[in-house]
Design a protein around this ligand. Structure first.
Ligand SMILES: NC(=O)c1ccc[n+]([C@@H]2O[C@H](COP(=O)([O-])OP(=O)(O)OC[C@H]3O[C@@H](n4cnc5c(N)ncnc54)[C@H](OP(=O)(O)O)[C@@H]3O)[C@@H](O)[C@H]2O)c1
Length: 263
């Protein structure tokens, strides 16, 4: 079993260390959300991903506070909907209150606003709120490389992170290289959901390492330097999804999983 001390992390420009294995919470509500967060903490996970849109920040905050784990040892991400852009300060205060903390490790724009001008305006609001000290790092989600460049040009500050839909079936070396050139950390979401876990290529690789196809998919992200945030409501799967550090994939295995984009 991996320990939280072994999990690799990415150093973000604001100084935060983002653990590359986190826990996604979309669709987890009420007791299921509280229990899942506690199960994830129990296996050593310290990075939690939520969003105002998930309507579960309060349950997550409650579980984290009740766990008694020191806030400094946690990495908390939430996201603002572009439609809330006009009241970003109030939304941030609401997220902080719900998560029972006085700062976020990472705050993301959940998806790009329709118009460039709105996108730039919201990004500048995030930067101002970051400067005020309640957010360590700011980033975005679901942005293309040209949308990222537009924010950088308009503000002089590049998003720390882009959280994007990812998985072997969406693999695109050009997208990864583009983020690396810009110094933007990639977080992949829905990597399990986007994958046929019965794929014989994955099954063969999983058998060779004595792990599950889901663990192979998550490890494939890490070996591409992509942070993962798998969601599960099952304690067994939560434990398995965090247990990724006892094996690595060979270059040939990586290439054959990358090839799933064309299968
Ligand atoms: N920024 C965005 O726009 C955006 C969009 C989507 C997601 N996200 C974030 O990314 C997180 C992850 O994405 P996701 O929740 O869409 O998908 P995911 O983590 O790829 O997959 C979750 C699904 O896979 C199942 N599962 C989990 N572990 C498994 C395993 N080891 N073997 C087989 N099945 C497994 C889960 O079922 P059980 O619960 O029954 O285990 C659930 O149905 C979200 O929770 C959210 O935090 C962000």
């Amino acid at each position: 079993m991996s320990s939280r001390h072994d999990v690799p992390s990415v150093t973000l420009p604001g100084g935060g260390q983002m653990p590359q294995v986190g826990f996604g919470t979309w669709k987890l509500r009420n007791d299921e959300a509280r229990d899942a967060v506690l199960a994830a903490l129990d296996v050593g996970c310290r990075h939690f991903d939520t969003a105002t849109m998930y309507a579960n920040e309060a349950e997550i905050g409650e579980a984290l506070e009740n766990s008694g784990i020191d806030r400094a040892g946690l990495f908390l991400t939430t996201k603002i909907r572009p439609s809330d852009g006009a009241k970003a300060g109030a939304i941030l205060r609401q997220s902080l209150r719900a998560l029972r903390t006085d700062y976020l490790d990472l705050w993301l724009v959940h998806w790009p606003p329709t118009h460039k001008a709105e996108s730039r305006q919201l990004w500048n609001e995030l930067l101002e709120l970051q400067a005020a000290g309640h957010v360590r790092d700011v980033g975005v989600s679901n942005y293309s490389l040209s949308e990222l460049d537009d924010l950088t040009r308009s503000s002089g500050q590049t998003p720390a992170v882009n959280q994007i839909d990812w998985g072997p079936s969406l693999y695109d070396a050009g997208v990864l290289a583009g983020h690396a050139e810009r110094g933007i950390a990639v977080e992949g979401y829905s990597g399990l959901k986007n994958t046929n876990l019965d794929d014989p290529v994955l099954a063969k690789i999983a058998a060779a390492h004595g792990v599950t196809p889901a663990q192979v998919v998550l490890r494939w992200h890490l070996d591409h330097n992509i942070t993962v945030i798998p969601k599960s409501a099952s304690p067994e799967r939560i434990a398995a999804n965090f247990d990724l550090l006892g094996f690595t994939l060979t270059p040939d295995e990586m290439t054959s999983i990358d090839g799933a984009a064309g299968r």
